[in-house]
Write a protein that binds this ligand. Structure first.
Ligand SMILES: [Zn+2]
Length: 412
């Protein structure tokens, strides 16, 4: 942690909601917090000169998987935790170096990875975790496949997901994940692309099972996020009271209105589909999955437009599996700016994601008293007129609670 008071001198500041237009360009930090935003002539303490750069809050990735070494999720799910935790550490360190000062894990990351970081064994992005995602027998997240069920008929639990059926098992699993410190609970409400031969159109869990999960989570101050590709699954999520709709790949206008009325968030993950479309073949994925990713990418863009016009709170996630593809994480901002105003994309990645994920307060905005999670990026990386966001390679500073991330200094 950098001690004492210091100033980051920027060209302009985006505070998580707007670009400041009142002449304040300096961010003053002390003891890990923002203590002032002021004009160029006031710069207490040491000055970090980024006077040709935009200063903005650290980015938040609301759909991340720390345990994601490859695109073959069924193979990941049976790897030893000791091996996965090494991948998890690298994934969190990498995300932090790319300016994602906070990530919300959507299945896999657990109390062990969180505690290793809390004890100072490594420093990566601040982590909110779900523990294991919950799936019904035969659903997305039941990675046993057709021929690998157990002869005794017992259930399944892997590294990323566990199988539960019926209200009682759902309640018990939710309580168990929360016992282990989960910040939120993940359910699958539709099929998924990477679960091998299963159609995304399948419906998963009964209404009563979903309601049981929501009730248990809410009772302990947590909430549910639900994987939903189809408009039918999104409709169920909104109707039943799910707080965070993941992917939301196909959302009709009427369902978008329903989500807005329910006050739920949608977290699109465009780059997840993009990496499968571009790299799936090299990684040995079947053509059907690559075609499916292409369709879901285009459908997701249309859904974002429906959500925006209905006034839905739209967050931002990435969902990249394959450790060699994690460096493409910032491409989510570029892909989103093809359908969304650049400032709206930045709001999604900062203040909106903070409202969704943050249970402690003080992230996603640069206000006096907030945590000094700061990213500096070349001014040219944010082009409102051309509707372009190009952060990859343009970051020159990443700061987590007032401490500069060493690997982020390049390009200053
Ligand atoms: Zn995911």
């Amino acid at each position: 942690m950098t001690s004492g008071t210091f100033t980051i001198r920027c060209a302009r500041i985006f505070d998580g909601e707007n670009i400041l237009d009142d002449g304040r360009t300096n961010i003053v930090v002390s003891e890990g917090r923002v203590v002032d935003l002021c004009p160029p002539d006031r710069a207490p303490g040491e000055v970090i000169d980024r006077s040709r750069q935009f200063g903005l809050p650290g980015l938040i990735d609301a759909h991340f998987h720390a345990y994601s070494p490859s695109l073959k999720i069924a193979e990941i799910d049976v790897l030893p935790r000791t091996l996965l935790s090494q991948y998890g550490r690298a994934a969190l360190e990498g995300a932090l170096s790319r300016g994602f000062t906070t990530v919300r894990d959507a299945g896999g990351a657990d109390e062990g990875l969180w505690t290793a970081q809390a004890r100072g064994l490594f420093r990566g992005s601040r982590l909110y975790y779900a523990g294991k995602a919950l799936a019904p027998t035969g659903g997305h997240g039941d990675f046993r496949g057709q021929f690998s069920g157990c002869a005794c008929g017992c259930s399944y639990s892997g590294a990323i997901s566990r199988v539960v059926d019926g209200e009682d098992e759902v309640r018990r699993a939710v309580r168990d994940e929360l016992r282990a410190g989960a910040h939120h609970i993940k359910l699958f409400l539709s099929g998924g692309l990477l679960s091998g031969g299963q159609r995304v159109e399948t419906q998963q869990f009964s209404d009563r099972e979903v309601l049981a999960a929501i009730q248990e989570a809410q009772g302990r101050g947590a909430y549910v996020l639900a994987h939903c590709h189809t408009t039918g699954s999104v409709e169920r999520a909104a109707r039943l009271g799910v707080r965070s709709v993941e992917h939301g790949s196909r959302i009709s206008q009427s369902v978008a209105t329903q989500i807005a009325e329910a006050g739920a968030f949608v977290v699109p993950t465009l780059v997840a589909f993009h990496v499968i479309r571009e790299h799936g073949r090299d990684r040995g994925l079947p053509a059907a999955i690559i075609d499916g990713a292409d369709e879901l990418l285009e459908a997701s863009k249309a859904s974002i437009r429906q959500c925006r016009s209905a006034g839905v709170k739209v967050g931002l996630g990435t969902d990249i599996f394959d450790a060699t593809l994690h460096p493409m994480q910032l491409m989510e901002l570029s892909l989103r700016s093809e359908v969304d105003e650049p400032l709206d994309v930045l709001r999604s990645a900062t203040s909106v994601n903070a409202d969704l994920t943050d249970t402690h307060g003080g992230i996603g905005r640069l206000r006096v008293g907030d945590r000094a999670d700061v990213v500096c990026v070349a001014e040219a990386a944010i082009d409102n007129r051309k509707r372009r966001l190009d952060f990859a390679g343009n970051l020159s500073l990443v700061m987590l609670e007032g401490a500069v991330v060493p690997s982020s200094r390049a390009g200053a």
